[in-house]
Design a binder for this molecule. Structure first.
Ligand code: PMP
Length: 460
């Protein structure tokens, strides 16, 4: 794109909009890619160019961009009851039916559902509920939350504080006090020479144990984590990590909050990644693939124990002083119900498990590409981390420039992927077919080769 070919929509955007997660000055100069239409796993720009959406929008669109049944479910609900709220003692059919369905599907002992519009609001809500719960049971000091470096839990002041990415903290006066960050469970990057995955996991569990001893378990409410760090760079945990972390939390009466905003609803080849890693959450946070993101919705699921503490306090105070006007609105919850129905009827989760090796093994072809340090992932989520030097695992300086170039080359060849620093994230819609998976792998390979050739030219 350059100024001669920029369309009027791009020009208006460049003049009028401020984009999330973008360099605003770059957008003023170049304008955005304006997407006008979606079909299956693909989207189309103003010129009609087709792109495979290799990140499912933002890890969102499980059923692709044109699922008629989701459109019909939304239209039916709009005609019947377009809006109602859940405040006070009001409710509506889709919210009720979805709550029952989520409890039926959820791993472990989760029995109650609270709705929000976004993952960030959901994680904010979790922290507020933990405060409320611990105040109610007289443990007024038990408030701190332990999170991890490179975690992503959203962007509101509290959820960005839970996150462990510098870009979400810098110049926002974040993190707020009361959030502690332990190490990121990235074995390839932080494992010591000769250390096994299990030994690495145990070392991190010991780090957690030591932090709890230092701070005092009676000051810590919960540990929060994504089963697989998504926006932090698709980091799969080392073997034994989650059981070790869960055991430490249980020993110290620290609740386990599991954020499956990305991994929920089949992404890993299991309905929830908690099942994959044997985690039993006290709180589970869901969004994105919950509705295939056709409508904004997130859900906080909690154990009966947590609910009882909160419920008792609402009776004492007179009401729960928390809730979002459109949280759990009828159209969103109706779409979620239909989305889950389709996932179940079509065996989408089993299908992900079946075709995942095509993606995972295809990408591992690049494990010895000169630009690639590590390929990781499971199911239909993966990351390829680029390095300046494979042998020493030396990152590029500055981090992110080469990754951005690779993503740009992919886009030029009709594939949208996301560079997170120098990790290329791959997370296609769950309905992606075999041919599209091959195209994703081949296109990424072509982009890597082009950038490698350009770097070699620059070096000579
Ligand atoms: N948690 C996780 C694990 C996420 O990946 C995200 C979004 N990428 C969020 C929370 C925040 O969700 P939202 O953008 O809907 O606020």
């Amino acid at each position: 794109m350059d100024l001669e070919t920029i369309t009027s929509r791009q020009a208006i955007d460049a003049a009028r909009m401020l984009h999330p997660y973008a360099d605003a000055r770059l957008n003023e100069k170049l304008g955005p890619l304006v997407v006008v239409r979606g079909r299956g796993a693909c989207v189309y720009d103003e010129a009609g160019t087709e792109y495979i959406e290799g990140l499912a929008g933002l890890w969102c669109v499980a059923l692709g961009f044109s699922e008629q049944r989701l459109i019909d479910a939304a239209a039916r609900q709009l005609a019947e009851l377009p809006f109602y709220h859940l405040f006070g003692n009001k409710s509506h059919r889709p919210a009720i039916e979805l709550a029952e369905k989520l409890v039926e599907l959820a791993p472990g002992r989760l029995e109650r559902v609270f709705y929000t519009n976004s993952g960030s609001e959901a994680n904010d809500t979790v922290v507020k509920f933990l405060h409320y719960y611990n105040n109610a049971r007289g443990r007024t000091a038990k408030k701190k939350i332990i999170s991890r470096q490179r975690a992503y839990h959203g962007v509101t002041t509290v959820s960005a504080s839970l996150g462990g990415l510098p870009i979400n903290h810098r110049d926002f006066d974040i993190p707020i006090p009361g959030v502690l960050h332990v190490a990121c469970p990235h074995y390839w990057k932080f494992g010591r020479p000769g250390e096994s995955e299990e030994a690495f996991a145990n070392r991190l569990a010991q780090e957690l144990e030591d932090l709890i001893a230092k701070e005092g378990a009676d000051t810590i409410a919960a540990f929060i984590g994504e089963p697989i760090n998504g926006a932090g760079g698709v980091i799969t945990p080392p073997a034994g990590y989650w059981p070790a972390v869960e055991a430490v939390c249980r020993r110290h009466d620290i609740l386990l909050v599991i954020d499956e905003v990305i991994t929920g609803f089949g992404r890993t080849g299991r309905m929830f990644a908690s099942e994959l890693y044997g985690i039993e959450p006290d709180v589970l946070v869901l969004s994105k693939q919950l509705t295939s993101a056709y409508q904004p919705l997130a859900a906080v699921l909690m154990t009966d124990e947590l609910y009882q503490g909160i419920a008792g306090n609402t009776a004492k105070i007179g009401a729960l002083g928390h809730g979002f006007t459109s949280g759990g609105n009828p159209v969103s919850t109706a779409v979620a119900l239909e989305n889950i129905r389709i996932i179940e009827e079509r065996g989408v989760v089993a299908r992900v498990a079946e075709i995942a090796p095509l993606l995972q093994e295809g990408l591992r072809r690049f494990a010895d590409h000169p630009l690639v340090g590590e390929v990781r992932g499971i199911g239909l989520i993966a990351g390829a981390e680029l390095v300046a030097d494979r042998a020493s695992r030396q990152p590029f300086d500055p981090v992110g420039r080469v990754g951005a170039h690779v993503a740009q080359r992919c886009q030029a060849h009709g594939l949208i992927l996301r560079a997170i620093g120098d990790t290329i994230a791959i997370c296609p819609p769950l309905i992606v077919d075999e041919k599209q998976i091959s195209t994703i792998v081949d296109t990424l390979g072509r982009a890597l080769d082009e950038i490698q050739a350009a770097l070699s030219r620059d070096a000579n």
